[in-house]
Design a protein around this ligand. Structure first.
Ligand SMILES: Cc1ncc(C[n+]2csc(CCOP(=O)(O)OP(=O)(O)O)c2C)c(N)n1
Length: 219
């Protein structure tokens, strides 16, 4: 049946109408948007007030360290000093620092190829990350991995994964191991939104929920 010949009360017609309403709808109420924004800001301030000054300064220090690190990486990459790819984390510093500051040193972090910031937040020295970018033997992966393959088991940073979504089933497996071994370790799994197109994303979250695995998925 063509769209034109569908009865107007059909589900398809209703869906079509509602999509059109979204596209052609009234402009958003700016006053309401400003009020919502202000309410979120006030809520954030209330949350921040629960932290002492020293903690907040430390979180800011880490965020600034990552930002400066990434700016230098971009500079070195544009000068041709870094081979292969170089995926930056500029603008997302608070995500890594906030999440990783809430876990312990013996907890685990796995992430995508956009991994410099999370590696630093988990405790890798910026020197080891930069040496890896430069392909030097002093890098965390002996200079053989580059930007997408930061790794250091001793601090629970289990990569740096180049395949979109590849870290998700791995993180789920790490969380399964923690549960199976009866430890109380937690695994953080960072990924970009494109990873949700991977079948393994759905399989992982399904298992994690069924088995109540200690894995936190952060998009
Ligand atoms: C399985 C797979 N398919 C394609 C690619 C090529 N690729 C590299 S980055 C990227 C986009 C990923 O986007 P997203 O996960 O949202 O992360 P973002 O880069 O936006 O942080 C793609 C498709 C890949 N690395 N792995």
């Amino acid at each position: 049946m063509s769209k034109q010949s569908q009865p107007s009360n059909s589900r398809a017609a209703a869906n079509e109408q509602s999509s059109v309403a979204v596209i052609d709808g009234d402009a958003p109420d700016e006053g309401q948007m400003r009020a919502d924004h202000e309410a979120v800001k006030q809520e954030q301030k209330r949350h921040l007030a629960a932290y002492d000054h020293k903690t907040l300064v430390e979180l800011l220090r880490q965020m600034l360290l990552i930002r400066r690190f990434e700016e230098k990486s971009a500079e070195a990459y544009s000068l041709g000093k870094i081979g292969g790819f170089c995926h930056l984390y500029i603008g997302q510093e608070a995500v890594a620092v906030g999440a990783i500051s809430a876990i312990r040193k013996d907890d685990y972090v796995l992430t995508s190829y956009r991994d410099h910031g999370q590696a630093i937040a988990k405790g890798m020295s910026p020197d080891a990350v930069m040496a890896e970018l430069f392909g030097k033997a002093g890098g965390c992966s002996q200079g053989k991995g580059g930007s997408m393959h930061m790794f250091d088991k001793s601090i629970g940073f289990l990569g740096g994964h180049a395949i979109v979504g590849g870290q998700i089933p791995l993180a789920t497996g790490v969380a399964f191991a923690s549960k199976y071994q009866g430890t109380d370790q937690v695994t953080l799994c960072f990924f970009g939104e494109a990873a949700v197109n991977q079948g393994a994303f759905h399989e992982s979250l399904n298992l994690a929920q069924l088995w109540k695995l200690p894995c936190i998925y952060i998009c």
